[in-house]
Design a protein around this ligand. Structure first.
Ligand SMILES: [Zn+2]
Length: 86
């Protein structure tokens, strides 16, 4: 998922990141998934040079999906505000 790529490469907006990290502090399942995901990406880059998306292991926990969606909604709101200011 692109969201997690952004998260892992520190490209998320600060507020979205804060929301997501708040969820992670309360949810060991998502932390474990994220670690697995990160390991997979690293292995792909080092060994196979293929896009990591097709090789993501296991299913994304529902709670993690919800946390991502919440953070993305936050980011969309911020984007709308920026456009209004301009
Ligand atoms: Zn979770």
């Amino acid at each position: 998922m692109e969201f997690m790529m952004d998260y892992l490469s520190n490209e998320l907006p600060e507020d979205s990141r804060a929301i997501f990290e708040r969820h992670l502090t309360a949810c060991p399942h998502c932390v474990r998934y994220l670690k697995t995901y990160q390991t997979t990406i690293t292995l792909c880059r080092e060994a196979f040079d293929v896009p990591p998306m097709r090789t993501v292991p296991a299913e994304i926990p529902e709670a993690l999906v919800q946390a991502i969606l919440a953070a993305q909604r936050q980011a969309v709101r911020q984007g709308a505000q920026v456009r209004l200011v301009r």
